[in-house]
Write a protein of this length. Structure first.
Length: 99
């Protein structure tokens, strides 16, 4: 399911998108990848409060999928807590703003 794709830059859907991009888009267009990685703020100043405690951790710009791969690698380090083993039970709460 979806839980196996979350936080993974290399997955079957990404392979389809990469193939389509290289076969159909890149030969015809001046295609650029521009990606940002956002994560928890590392500072305690007032700027962090204005940005809800989030700051840019990385900016990746490139003409091929390498920019995407690098952004995914950083995002995984910054935004995910990987567990040694799968939990038996999880409780998830979604803020109302995301409904």
């Amino acid at each position: 399911g979806m839980e196996k794709l979350m936080g993974r830059g290399n997955n079957p859907l990404r392979e389809i998108l990469n193939y389509s991009s290289s076969k159909y888009l890149e030969p015809q267009l001046d295609l650029w990848y521009i990606l940002t990685v956002m994560g928890p703020s590392s500072s305690q100043d007032s700027d962090a409060d204005q940005n809800d405690g989030v700051e840019m951790k990385g900016l990746f710009i490139g003409r091929d999928v390498q920019a995407y791969d690098l952004a995914c690698d950083l995002s995984l380090k910054v935004n995910f807590n990987l567990l040694e083993r799968s939990p038996k039970k999880m409780v998830v709460f979604l803020n109302e703003e995301y409904h």
